[in-house]
Design a protein around this ligand. Sequence first.
Ligand code: SF4
Length: 225
Amino acid sequence: MPSKKESSKNLRNPDMRNKVEAILRLLDELYPAAKCSLAFQNPLELLVATVLSAQCTDERVNQVTPALFKKYPTVRAYAHAPLEELENDIRSTGFYHNKAKNIKAACQILDQRFGGKIPADLDALVQLPGIGRKTANVILGNAYQIPGIVVDTHVGRVAQRLGLTAQKDPDKIEQDLMELIPKERWIIFSHQLIQHGRELCQARKPKTEVCPLRPYCDYAAAQPV
Ligand code: SF4
């Protein structure tokens, strides 16, 4: 028997079903063209850009990657790169020791076990150093159009505030959202929540008073009038 809290998050609950439908409709009106803001031409470029985007803005990553992608056009190029040189090439994205180490190690595995290709498979991707479910879902959704929900800091925060999840752990948030959101919407829904988190539902001062999602937002409802 599910607890009251669990069942209220379930689509079998008509209130939740109506709420989710309204939120999806409003997100489509607000962000009809939401998409990945990292610049890339192929799955390898997206993998590298996504690793670089940790703790860094997409704008900064997009400044670094044109020269980087030109210098390292293949998995093998990263796999054979001197670590220190790769670190210098990505230094301005921050945390460059770890990022360079992970990119090089991931590309060594891709070179040796996957013929230099990026597998379109979540289980294979999450085995690579530095690639968690979030990064894997970014790659699958945007390079291969395979549905996945990307739970980054924006998606987690906005989903919690809207009352679509009570979880804090990203994997559990992903699970809750996968149950609530139709699969064909997973890719654009992730982009829409990220854009909403950047433009209106910021961490510190959400622009609740002008937010069209306000009638459906648990966080807004709990604020003093
Ligand atoms: S009403 Fe406020 S807290 Fe709720 S989604 Fe909109 S901006 Fe975020």
